[in-house]
Design a protein around this ligand. Sequence first.
Ligand SMILES: Nc1nc2c(ncn2[C@@H]2O[C@H](COP(=O)(O)OP(=O)(O)O)[C@@H](O)[C@H]2O)c(=O)[nH]1
Ligand SMILES: [Mg+2]
Length: 195
Amino acid sequence: MSTEQISHMFKLVALGDGAVGKTSCIKRYTEDSFSERYIMTIGTTFAVKNVDVEMPDGSRVSARIVLWDLAGQPTYNELRRRYMAGATMAIIVYDVTRPQTFLDLGEWYTKFITVCPNAAVSVVANKIDRSDRLVPPEAGEMISNWLGVKHYETSAKTGENITELFTDLVSRTIEKQKQLGIDSRSSSSKPFKMT
Ligand SMILES: Nc1nc2c(ncn2[C@@H]2O[C@H](COP(=O)(O)OP(=O)(O)O)[C@@H](O)[C@H]2O)c(=O)[nH]1
Ligand SMILES: [Mg+2]
């Protein structure tokens, strides 16, 4: 896909507790790779992915997603707010083997939606390949109904549902921006802008 054909540009942020698999989901999606080792990188890293999505009306749209991955858990509200600012979509990830990461979802959601009220959000139950799963699928369904967001069950390790998760977010973002009357074509959006 050449740059000229990209019609939309979006910023995505990955949220959720430490070690739930945020970096792994992004790596699986952008590089189709996975590492068992847990590497805590310092600062914010970016990945870029061009996608071609089919919209509900059958039309095809090309978009570029800039995926923001914040290493570590920001203690300062201001840093977290800057990281989230301008995002049109977010994944809020939890680890199905650690219930506490599920319990923390609501707080992540509130923090994000306060900064980006119009963004498309998906809650992600990650590590479903593991046999020591503790959080059942019903719990994820419940919270997604409660928050009014979509819910995906994924494994960054096997790649299950990873592409579906991101592709769906892009088409929902395009729909949402259309409804809001926002021109999200690349000439007018600034996914690298820090406020
Ligand atoms: N079994 C399994 N392990 C995973 C999965 N996703 C991430 N991990 C592992 O969980 C650890 C933390 O992953 P990472 O992506 O760095 O988490 P982050 O801190 O949220 O970015 C690493 O050891 C990964 O290999 C998954 O879907 N399945
Ligand atoms: Mg990470």
